[in-house]
Design a protein around this ligand. Structure first.
Ligand code: TXA
Ligand code: MG
Length: 339
């Protein structure tokens, strides 16, 4: 079945088109929609049957909980039992935007959404299409990233069509996403604040508001936290991360030569500043070394480009783990993890 792709301009939302998407959500269907981070795969969060469709269409394990999206801060009270002071301050500062808060849930949130946990992840996105869809649906919208489980997240409607298009009732094409990497997931327990997944809001920005926070180590995620699955965000090509300054370029070339000798099609994902050193090698530029924002917006797209060109291996250079660079490196590390 071909999915219905509907183009909507986020700056001039066509009321008829958005109504169609709203109707799909209301009748328990699946709609992919743009957010400022990545495309989401949405269903009525209060309809357990509709939510089950999310898990099956993206082949997501039933023990990986979903984020519930709302269109106004006031709706938080319906979903969360309590909102600690630090959570409230972060919400005031970063909503609407790429911040997800994990809070104790109320009984209206179906167990399938939280995979039986007593907490629920909640976010108010800033993309106008996402906000309008949730507002008019009149219900919170559960939405993971709209990709096949374990694969790079989609940053365009085309990526969604490619991955899971045939499983969906509608895909809203609102253009390429802005940030390109998922939201920052933050958990609150008593006075303790833990960043479970670095993302669009940086740790530095969070600490400016509430002081020092813990960061969940990448390889020892507690149960049911984004660190739980060692490998994630992975293209079909194997990702090998090389961080060997000051001999970075030489090490990358040695690896590329070695792989080529063994018969593999290997490409290099490098920063703009280094590309001229890789003359004669296959390269794709992630972005300028010092501009992590650009690297974030391009990462998943570049992964996908290597896949389209049937590369066996991507040799990735690292970037500085500062600002959103921390989230970029989190994704590259997870993509390169071996299971
Ligand atoms: O930017 C985003 O966050 C995108 C857009 C669509 O909003 N969504 C997204 O959803 O990335 P997803 O499902 O791909 O990632 C959500 C992460 C998962 O790794 C999940 O384990 C974690 O949030 N999560 C959800 N509920 C949780 C909970 N109650 N406790 C701990 N982690 C939770
Ligand atoms: Mg995801």
């Amino acid at each position: 079945m071909k999915p219905l792709v509907v183009k909507i301009d986020p700056l001039k939302i066509d009321p008829e088109k958005i109504k169609e998407a709203v109707a799909v959500i209301k009748r328990g269907g699946l709609v992919a929609f743009p957010t400022e981070t990545v495309y989401g795969l949405g269903a009525d969060a209060l309809n357990a049957e509709a939510v089950a469709g999310i898990f099956s269409s993206k082949k997501r394990p039933l023990d990986d909980p979903l984020i519930v999206h709302i269109s106004q801060k006031e709706d938080l009270g319906r979903l969360a039992l309590e909102v600690p002071d630090k959570a409230r301050r972060l919400i005031e500062k970063f909503w609407p935007g790429p911040l997800t808060v994990v809070l104790k849930k109320t009984s209206i949130v179906p167990d399938i959404v939280t995979t039986g946990l007593d907490t629920v992840a909640i976010r108010m996105p800033s993309n106008p299409i996402a906000l309008k869809l949730i507002e008019l649906a009149g219900t919170p919208v559960a939405a993971p990233s709209a990709n096949l489980f374990g694969k790079p997240s989609p940053t365009s409607a085309g990526h969604v069509v490619f991955d899971i298009g045939s499983q969906l009732d509608m895909i809203i094409d609102g253009g390429d996403t802005d940030i390109g990497i998922e939201s920052t997931v933050v958990a609150f327990r008593a006075d303790e604040v833990t960043v479970l997944r670095p993302g669009g809001v940086t740790v530095e920005e969070i600490e400016e508001v509430i002081g020092k926070v813990d960061i969940c180590p990448i390889d020892v995620g507690p149960d049911n936290c984004p660190g739980k699955y060692p490998q994630h965000y992975s293209p079909n090509a194997k990702v090998i991360l090389i961080e060997k300054e000051p001999t970075q370029v030489e090490e990358v070339k040695i690896k590329a030569d070695d792989l080529k000798k063994k018969g593999y099609k290997a490409g290099i994902m490098c920063c703009r500043e280094n590309v001229s050193f890789y003359d004669g090698y296959d390269t794709k530029i992630l972005g300028p070394k010092g501009v992590a924002k650009v690297c974030a917006s391009r990462l998943f797209r570049v992964f996908r480009e290597f896949d389209i060109e049937s590369y066996d291996v991507i040799i990735a250079e690292g970037i500085e783990e500062k600002g959103i660079g921390l989230a970029v490196m989190n994704r590259i590390r997870k993509a390169s993890a071996t299971v």
